[in-house]
Design a protein around this ligand. Structure first.
Ligand SMILES: [Zn+2]
Length: 776
């Protein structure tokens, strides 16, 4: 027997190597689908992190990893990375009934009304008191609460802010102040309604957790509800609001109508939850200390306030299942990647990317040695190609994949620009790790109770799984330029809307950059100058001709576009284009005939830079010509950027101009000038010349920020950001910005938002507000 066996083995070994090779297991879509069916079954109760339902999901995944023999990568040799989250939940069984004199009506949660974030709980009937905008400012002679008694009652007010009152009362019109007033004056609940009929699905008011009181309820309602409240009254809501707006005088009213509400809202600042982490340790002694992570969020929405179990099969049992199945077959195939591969299932994504953010902030394995993160969120619907977002931020990764992936996979993978937002790749990107996001097209039933496993298309799981499995094998074993210096800084440079202020000539800019594709420079400022010996109309004709021919070139160039609005700029950045904006170098083109400023602005010139401003000033104050020029600029829509003024001249200009303008200087102005800049909603452009130490430059930025805030500050580079001379020091400035933990708005202000704001204001456009994003 023994001899026979050894003979048999020998004969096996003598066979050709190919036939001896064990057939590798492939990604099994049916197996992946079965995990989805488990995770998205009703018994999982919607997998909400911070709840027993979330724990069930975590346990399920960990038990599978254990069964398959995958190494744990969590705390103390477990599969779990423990942390706490701010947990909010509205328990099922909410109710809002309006009890009018003759009839009563129940309203439908989610469509007619909803509970606001940081609402407390309550189960009671009380009278509704209409209090206009809910503003309580008796010291400033405006009080929506004057003459009405709200103690123990429900206050009803508009979520809008009338401009007149905002001007007069400032911060007292903020929503949090209004909620605080209602609480202080003894109301039990606030019902806010939409200021206008404009339909946005997510009507929310912004409260902070400081406003949370366990027994104070905050609801928002749709028009249907207010219509019902006012139905039997002698007056109309619309009429009252119009009266307040017109006269800036309260129109408060005890309605006599009652409401019954039942809300059980939970807000717990520190709920324990867990990410599930497993790994295959790399086989190479050195490269095992580098990491490739694939992951997706395992949590979903729990049980809705209406009592529906939110199964979240596509969102995101699908991505979770693909991660699990790749782990299983890699283990089954005894895969020996050189680098360590981490399988990560995140908690708390639905509550704000909490699990992935926790990992990125507290990485159990060094984040700076992480080659890439591939995120899957909703990969079970649709058909056709698989979008792979993120190649702009990780071009070296995509380059390698394109070289190494088999043709049959490349055929269905669609590389896309990508970027932060929407899901768990975001915290990785922010740390400089190339973060990719796969979300298949055609998702339906998003955040609805019908997101069930029977709607999953296994073909999409298979395509996603085969692609990510192949990609992981490549990234975990091939060599590549994975850790370029200043990886995180480079991410921020790419992510911010980057303006190259250096004022080159328009024609040169177009010539040098017409082949640009997806560059880090998003907006390029440029100037047009006329021929030196020209003046008057001949100068203007020369300038307009130059502008016209450059515009034609821009239209022809694929990678360029001409500035038209900040919204369009954002779109063009996404399309990988560099936007060009032109202005005037000096004001000779309209100094003799100021009305020409308007003509030039209408043609599409946006600003005028004045480097020698002495003619604007007289013996005392602005010169006559200065006044005339400023008046012309104010009515034209051109933005004036002035360099070389001292403190008192800056003040004269700021006071003399009705529109915002920009003061440019290498050094910060005096505090009072900064304050005047703020008061006049103008801006200061801190000029950064070549050779200036980036740290010293940043310190000035920071000093200005502390004095009056970044809303009035813009960074203005002289060295060109396209080349090393500008880019390298800018990356160092970004190092300081990261170290100082600048908030997103501060970063955006100093890079571009302040400039775009003053530009818009000078042109008489409305503010373009940032649209809040809602994570998947
Ligand atoms: Zn999701």
């Amino acid at each position: 027997m023994r001899i026979f066996l050894s003979l048999f083995l020998t004969s096996l070994l003598l066979l050709s190597p190919t036939s001896a090779k064990v057939k590798k297991a492939a990604f099994d879509a049916q197996a992946a689908w079965s995990y989805i069916k488990d995770l998205a079954s009703d018994s999982m109760l919607g997998r909400k992190s911070g709840q027993p339902s979330g724990r069930m999901g975590e346990e399920y995944i960990a038990s599978k990893f254990k069964e398959w023999g995958i190494e744990p990568a969590g705390d103390n040799g477990t599969y779990f990375q423990n942390f706490t989250i701010e947990h909010r939940n509205i328990k099922e069984g909410v109710k809002l009934e309006i009890i009018a004199e003759k009839t009563r009506r129940d309203f439908y949660y989610g469509e007619d009304w909803s509970v606001q974030r940081f609402s407390g709980s309550g189960h009671f009937t009380a009278e509704l008191v209409f209090v206009g905008y809910g503003i309580h400012a008796p010291d400033k002679e405006y009080d929506d609460y004057a003459g009405v008694d709200v103690k123990g009652k429900i206050v009803l007010f508009s979520a809008g802010t009338p401009q007149k009152l905002e001007k007069k009362l400032g911060d007292l019109t903020k929503m949090e102040k209004r909620i605080e007033a209602a609480q202080k004056l003894g109301a039990r609940a606030a019902i806010v309604f939409r200021p206008s009929a404009t339909q946005t699905r997510y009507f929310r008011i912004r409260l902070k957790k400081e406003q949370y009181k366990p027994d104070f309820v905050v609801l928002s309602v749709e028009r249907k509800v207010t219509d019902f409240i006012f139905k039997d009254l002698k007056t109309e809501l619309r009429h009252l609001i119009r009266e307040i707006d017109g006269k800036a005088r309260p129109q408060s009213l005890e309605t006599g109508v009652k409401a019954f509400m039942s809300v059980n809202a939970i807000f717990d600042e520190k709920r324990p939850t867990r990410n599930v982490l497993a790994k295959i340790t790399g086989s190479d002694k050195v490269l095992m200390n580098e990491y490739v992570i694939i992951g997706g969020h395992m949590d979903h929405l729990g049980i809705s306030p209406m009592g529906d179990i939110m199964n979240g099969a596509n969102d995101n049992a699908s991505g979770t299942a693909v991660v699990m199945e790749i782990a299983r077959i890699m283990k089954l195939n005894r895969a020996k990647p050189k680098r360590t591969v981490i399988f990560a299932l995140w908690a708390g994504e639905e509550q704000g990317l909490l699990g992935s953010r926790h990992y990125a902030d507290h990485p159990p394995l060094p984040i700076e040695k992480t080659v890439a993160y591939i995120n899957m969120d909703m990969v079970g619907h649709g058909s056709g190609k698989i979008p792979f977002q993120g190649v702009y931020y990780g071009p070296q990764i995509w380059k390698l994949l394109k070289e190494k992936l088999p043709e049959e996979i490349l055929n269905y993978v669609m590389p896309q620009r990508g970027g932060p937002g929407g899901s768990d790749h975001t915290p990785f990107l922010e740390k400089g790790v190339p973060g990719f996001f796969i979300i298949t097209r055609g998702a339906i039933k998003y955040h609805q109770s019908r997101d069930d496993s029977d709607l999953i298309n296994p073909e999409m799981l298979k395509k996603t799984g085969d692609f990510v499995h192949a990609a992981v094998k490549i990234l975990a074993s091939e060599s590549g330029d994975f850790f370029p210096p200043l990886r995180q800084e480079t991410y921020y440079l790419k992510y911010q809307t980057l303006i190259n202020f250096r004022l080159s000539l328009l024609a040169e800019v177009v010539e040098n950059h017409k082949d640009a594709k997806d560059s880090h420079v998003d907006l390029q400022l440029s100037v047009i100058t006329g021929e030196e010996d020209l003046s008057g109309d001949r100068l203007r004709v020369d300038i307009l001709n130059k502008f016209l021919s450059a515009s034609q070139e821009i239209n022809k160039a694929q990678g360029l576009s001409y500035y038209s609005s900040s919204g369009r700029l954002t779109g063009d950045i996404r399309r990988g284009k560099t936007t060009i904006m032109a202005g005037l170098n000096g004001i000779n083109a309209f100094r003799d005939e100021p009305r020409w400023a308007q003509v030039l602005a209408k043609q599409g010139l946006y600003f005028a830079v004045v480097e020698d401003p002495s003619f604007l000033f007289g013996e005392q104050g602005l010169s006559e010509e200065g006044k005339k020029i400023i008046k012309a600029v104010n009515t034209s829509g051109l933005l004036l950027l002035v360099k070389g003024v001292d403190g008192s001249q800056a003040k004269l200009l700021l006071k003399g101009s009705k529109k915002p303008l920009v003061i440019l200087d290498n050094n910060l102005p005096a505090k009072e000038v900064m304050e005047l800049i703020k008061e006049k909603e103008s801006a200061f452009g801190l000029v950064w010349s070549s050779g200036v130490d980036p740290v010293a430059y940043f310190n000035k930025v920071d000093e200005f920020k502390k004095a009056v805030g970044t809303e009035y500050l813009m960074m203005v580079n002289e060295p060109c950001l396209w080349g090393k001379a500008g880019k390298d020091p800018m990356l160092k400035v970004i190092t300081e910005i990261i170290k100082a933990k600048y908030e997103r708005t501060d970063r955006s202000n100093i890079f571009s938002a302040t400039f775009l704001r003053v530009l818009g204001k000078a042109r008489g456009e409305e503010d373009s507000r940032v649209v809040p994003y809602i994570p998947f």
